[in-house]
Design a protein around this ligand. Structure first.
Ligand SMILES: CC(C)(COP(=O)(O)OP(=O)(O)OC[C@H]1O[C@@H](n2cnc3c(N)ncnc32)[C@H](O)[C@@H]1OP(=O)(O)O)[C@@H](O)C(=O)NCCC(=O)NCCS
Length: 210
């Protein structure tokens, strides 16, 4: 574990850099959806919204003041979705997509929405207490293997404990050994498996430690 890694809530000005780390980490899937080179705008808008709603759930890892990774937790997926709808943000994002600002490929976008519906349907097979989730995490490839993800997940669990969250869930692909190792080290364990159009997923849950 690297003592020079510092974890703190992400600053709004860092979100674009976090999106670039996301693009780096999720390569082919990103290019399919966002084009090549991908435009960060759609992700920046959605993540800025999530951060405003729950600043403590969106964490940054820094080394010497430089952003090297992030983790986005939510205390409640449904609250996040509801807030995006009731605030009108979903409609604003839709308009920006239609007017071409995001550069999204429409066929890929519809594919993803379909995938989400399938996923939501099968997800209910593994019930948790509440609907807290680790929505996304990535560490810049140049900074991996030094414990940044483990520190981000551990801090995220501590934050969720302060919010009274009893259980948190995530999904990870079975071949993602570094992610599974980091999650396991933080107390996550496998609850079951799902399949969607992107392949197989392990559902893992953890109880934020007191
Ligand atoms: C997954 C990811 C966030 C891990 O970040 P990281 O900062 O390198 O992770 P850590 O250093 O905290 O921990 C990595 C763990 O994986 C282990 N590991 C690293 N490479 C490995 C490999 N090829 N096979 C098995 N284990 C491996 C490390 O030993 C460590 O485990 P340990 O703590 O038990 O020793 C990073 O690889 C990443 O951004 N990947 C792309 C995006 C992604 O897959 N996100 C997760 C989606 S669910």
């Amino acid at each position: 574990m690297n003592a020079s890694i510092a974890i703190a809530p992400i600053e709004p000005a860092e979100i674009e850099a976090a999106v670039r780390i996301f693009f780096d980490g999720f390569g082919d899937n990103v290019r399919r959806l966002y084009g090549d080179p991908p435009k960060p705008d759609a992700m920046v808008d959605v993540w800025t919204f999530a951060r405003a709603l729950e600043p403590g759930g969106f964490l940054a890892a820094h080394v010497d003041g430089r952003l090297v990774g992030y983790a986005l937790f939510t205390s409640s997926v449904h609250t996040l979705q509801r807030a995006a709808l009731t605030s009108g943000c979903v409609f604003a994002w839709g308009l920006r997509a239609i007017t071409g600002r995001y550069g999204l490929r429409w066929s890929a976008l519809f594919g993803q929405l379909w995938n989400k519906m399938l996923f939501a349907g099968s997800s209910s097979a593994y019930r948790t207490t509440g609907d807290a989730q680790l929505l996304n995490i990535a560490v810049a490839s140049s900074a991996r293997g030094h414990g940044a993800a483990t520190l981000l997940v551990a801090q995220g669990l501590r934050y969720l404990h302060t919010r009274g969250i009893e259980e948190v869930r995530l999904e990870v692909q079975p071949d993602n050994a570094p992610a599974i190792a980091a999650y396991t080290r933080c107390g996550f364990h496998e609850r079951g498996r799902l399949r969607n159009v992107y392949g197989d997923w392990i559902v893992m849950t953890a109880r934020p430690p007191a």
